[in-house]
Design a protein around this ligand. Sequence first.
Ligand SMILES: CNc1ncnc2c1ncn2[C@@H]1O[C@H](COP(=O)(O)O)[C@@H](O)[C@H]1O
Ligand SMILES: [Zn+2]
Length: 348
Amino acid sequence: MNNDTEEFYRRLPKVELHAHLNGSVSWETIEKLIKKKPHLNIEHSMTAIGRGQRRTLDECFQVFKVIHQLVDTEEDILMVATDVIKEFAADSVKYLELRSTPREEKNTGLTKRKYIETIIRAIQMCKNEGLDIDVRFLVAIDRRNGPEVAMETVKLAEEFLLSSDGLVVGLDVSGDPTVGSVKTLLPALERAKNSGLKLSLHLSEVPSQLEESDLLLNLPPDRIGHGTFLHPEVGGSQGLVDKVLKHNIPLELCLTSNVKGQTVPCYSKHHFKYWYQLGHPTVICTDDKGVFCTELSQEYQLAASTFGLSREAMWKLSQQAIDCTFAPEVVKEQLRQKWTDLQPQVFP
Ligand SMILES: CNc1ncnc2c1ncn2[C@@H]1O[C@H](COP(=O)(O)O)[C@@H](O)[C@H]1O
Ligand SMILES: [Zn+2]
């Protein structure tokens, strides 16, 4: 890749819709945390998966446990959130939806409410500094934690939907896809939907989840994370694909995450191709830019080179992502204007 290409994708204004806070912590921020907590004996190789390396999805979840050990106070969460926002802004991300799972109080000393408030504070601090990025928050439910925690999280998110000045816009369901039953979470998710929270659900991230995916698609969610095994060519079904198309549910696609987590064998076999060829709304995202050692500009560049897409096509993709955000219509309009204003600088 030459510098000119790299520079183009860095300058390209972008929308990031699928970023887990603790998976997005950069090398530099991890350094600061390791220095603060030498007694944990954590080495850098335990928190990130470098170039050419792969892990099973299961091993990826072990990595999150290590990061959670490093990020376990209010001060840490505040620093991690502000660093992550600044890094996305430096990569020309103009609109970011961050997501994070409020942990149990015994692990962070913070109540779930305080956890969310701390991230909101970080978002506001960045706003006050005048960073050129609009940041919103999705409260995450870890499927491992079962229906009671899910319901508790939904109720909290409902409160913040009304009180956070538009910063909390929805819910995410994530966590190890091989653990826990999603069926038991449905009442909480239905309630969330009825109260106006937008839903972004990790769906068909691993094979053989046809029944679960079908149940979730009936909600329907407002966006899908990954959707790797939805289509018939990889063991999904035409019925699932038809539901996604019928409800026009955008997909958040994370190339490096899927390749390094080994749910997709190589970049050229990524399901981006399937959905893009259908003309279905797809949004390129990072998932966990820290853990998978990537950046959104790099993911755009990879998609372009892997699938032979022009710079104009990639511009269109980043512009169309605006329609898939959970932001109110006025904000979408402002973003469209921003893209129009920036176009001459990106294509001089
Ligand atoms: C790789 N694919 C993935 N699939 C499913 N869930 C994932 C994920 N990557 C991240 N998470 C979810 O995000 C948490 C870390 O960020 P937060 O502590 O919430 O900010 C993980 O513990 C997991 O629940
Ligand atoms: Zn994810």
